[in-house]
Design a protein around this ligand. Structure first.
Ligand SMILES: [Zn+2]
Length: 436
């Protein structure tokens, strides 16, 4: 133990000082003047002659305090040596690590550097550039643990703007562990970029089941990268979004009915369809009367329907259930029924049905593989927590990358509960408070 010379000034801090100086041997003292030094100076490193005490150097950290570190002088050769000040550096690190943790969490929740600076002014003032450096070097130091046993993966893209530059964010997520395998930012999303991204991040010799949206022909890329080891699933929720967009915003009940029959191919929407079918005949009757009467009627009918749909949603949420998926044969029958009436539908619906038929093997791949995902829901959720759509445009390029890594770190549990608070770290400075 380091000997602590008690004085009126440092007596109340005895406990803190012994915690701080715990690692040091009995050879050290903390003098009544607050100087940290060896009781008996060691031998000169150059000539081996015993050195003498020779005052101290003062180290200050704004708002926190100052430490006096003892100096020694060799009487024989004139060599000057300063005592090791690791304890002081550790105190500072302990404090600033917690500040950094606070900043990381603010950043994770999409606070701007301006806002963080504003908040820091209440805690420990630091300017924006210092804060940015603190955060970025902390992110660089942290390592995201690697994902193992990749088999089922989600692939998706986002197209955020970094200032004026269009960027492309490509993301791969492990479907079982929900861990992000790779989340990278590129200047282009051409086939070569995607191909390279897949090769670097997935085992191309292992069978892979990969879910994507319907936007573009990923199949060729996948076949080049994985050969016949790949099963490609198109996200059914994305299909449903496209179906909804095939219809105008202000639909008639009849159109709504067709929409729900399309949505009903892969998910059970029987209750909604039943509700709508009760209104279809009434709609025809009202349409024969007058335009104004219909306007009032459809407004009320749609309100009732939305309320009905909303209540079904609430019920599912209460019971912790998702929309029920169709079995393969139900899906097949539902699409066949629609096909048999295809000529009676509007152009957009006909095109959609043709597309569904064309893509059928990729829409239904999940039925053939045990526990395979049918949607990119997991990845959508990750996107919505890691980079809010409405913020995408505001972030700079480094901002986007930091944000991506931060949320990966959060998911892997690295940003866990703090081991101690900022105040606890601050109390350690009490013996060193700068009173002058
Ligand atoms: Zn010497």
């Amino acid at each position: 133990m380091t000997e602590i010379q008690l004085s009126l000034i440092n007596f109340p801090h005895h406990e803190i000082l012994s915690t701080i100086l715990n690692g040091f041997s009995n050879d050290f003292e903390f003098t009544a003047d607050g100087v940290f030094r060896r009781i008996t100076p060691s031998l000169c490193p150059d000539c081996g002659f015993p050195m003498n005490h020779n005052g101290f150097n003062t180290y200050r950290k704004g708002h926190l305090g100052e430490a006096n570190i003892g100096r020694y002088l060799c009487g024989a050769c004139g060599k000057s040596v300063e005592e090791d000040r690791t304890f002081w550096n550790n105190l500072k690190t302990g404090f600033f690590d917690i500040l950094t943790e606070i900043c990381l969490r603010l950043r994770l929740n999409h606070a701007s550097y301006e806002l963080i600076e504003e908040i820091m002014n209440f805690i420990y003032p630091r300017d924006k550039d210092t804060i940015r450096n603190m955060i970025q070097s902390a992110i660089e130091r942290l390592k995201v643990p690697a994902v193992q046993n990749i088999q089922f993966v989600h692939y998706d893209e986002q197209h955020p703007k970094a200032g004026r530059n269009q960027k492309y964010r490509l993301t791969l997520m492990d479907s079982i562990s929900r861990q992000v395998i790779a989340d990278e930012l590129f200047d282009s999303k051409d086939a070569g970029t995607i191909e390279n991204f897949l090769r670097r991040n997935l085992d191309t010799h292992k069978p892979v089941f990969i879910v994507t949206d319907l936007y573009r022909g990923y199949s060729e890329i996948f076949n080049r990268v994985f050969g016949n080891e790949v099963t490609h699933q198109l996200c059914l929720l994305h299909l449903n979004k496209l179906i909804v967009n095939d219809f105008p915003r202000k639909t008639s009940i009849e159109q709504e009915f067709i929409k729900y029959r399309l949505l009903n191919i892969f998910y059970n929407r029987e209750l909604e369809i039943e509700f709508l079918s009760c209104l279809i005949d009434e709609e025809k009757t009202v349409l024969k009367k007058s335009r104004t009467e219909y306007k009032a009627w459809i407004k009320e009918a749609k309100r009732l329907f939305h309320e009905f749909v909303h209540n079904l949603e609430l019920k599912r949420r209460r019971e912790g259930q998702n929309l029920k998926m169709r079995t393969y044969y139900e899906a097949l029958n539902n699409s066949r029924d629609l096909f048999s009436e295809i000529d009676s539908f509007e152009v957009a619906v006909r095109k959609r049905l043709m597309k569904i038929e064309e893509l059928w093997p990729k829409l239904t791949a999940f039925y053939l593989v045990d526990n395979a995902p049918a949607t990119n829901n997991a990845l959508e959720n990750y996107y919505s927590t890691s980079l809010k759509t409405h913020r995408k445009k505001q972030l700079e390029a480094t901002g986007i990358e930091d944000q991506m890594k931060l949320s990966a770190l959060k998911r892997s549990g690295i940003l866990a509960r703090p081991r101690r608070s900022l105040l606890e770290a601050f109390f350690m400075f009490i013996p060193f408070l700068d009173t002058g």
